[in-house]
Design a protein around this ligand. Structure first.
Ligand SMILES: Nc1c(NC[C@H](O)[C@H](O)[C@H](O)CO)[nH]c(=O)[nH]c1=O
Ligand SMILES: CC(=O)[C@@H](O)COP(=O)(O)O
Length: 156
């Protein structure tokens, strides 16, 4: 069996976006990048479900609820964790990443890790539509590619 990678046909696919409100200046740009990219590949607005959560730590729980709801073909989790004065940053990053990875591994649909983990606000802004690209758009590419890969594997 040969599985073609890089396939991003989006028409007819339903995608769930879980977006952290913490650092909303950044996460709203990630969300816009993801939606724009999904539409570029044919996903309709009506097939994109957006759920907001307080912060990155809440992303895994709602990503799991969406992933297991049998209403979406893939999930994109978006957030921006920016280092402060204490070790809280380390715990938020580690648990959010671990939680989302577990939802993707254990769940029925692919879950993309679209959480920026940066030392400064500028670094985050640069990766939400600035010179560093848009992590939300990158995740849109990735979720469509993963859906295609899994469909090809199932089809044999
Ligand atoms: N400092 C950041 C947070 N902190 C909040 C946590 O994500 C969580 O909402 C809280 O601990 C309650 O469970 N969240 C971010 O998304 N980004 C940050 O920089
Ligand atoms: C990533 C965080 O939780 C961080 O913004 C919290 O800031 P601080 O460590 O200064 O309390």
């Amino acid at each position: 069996m040969t599985v073609m990678v890089g396939q991003r046909a989006g028409k007819g696919h339903k995608i769930g976006l879980v977006v952290a409100q913490f650092n909303e200046l950044v996460t709203e740009k990630l969300q816009a990048g993801a939606v724009s990219q999904l539409k570029k590949y044919g996903v309709s607005q009506d097939d994109i479900t957006v759920v907001k959560v307080p912060g990155a730590m809440e992303l895994p729980r709602i990503a799991k609820r969406l992933a297991t709801s049998q209403t979406v073909d893939g999930v994109i989790a978006l957030g921006a964790v920016i280092r402060g004065e204490t070790s809280h940053y380390d715990y938020v990053c580690a648990e959010t990443a671990s939680g989302l990875a577990q939802v993707s591994l254990d769940g029925p649909v692919p879950v993309m890790f679209g959480v920026l983990t940066t030392d400064t606000l500028d670094q985050a802004i640069n990766r939400a539509g600035g010179k560093g690209g848009n992590k939300g758009a990158d995740c849109a590419d990735g979720v469509l590619e993963m859906i295609s890969i899994e469909q090809q594997i199932i089809a044999g």
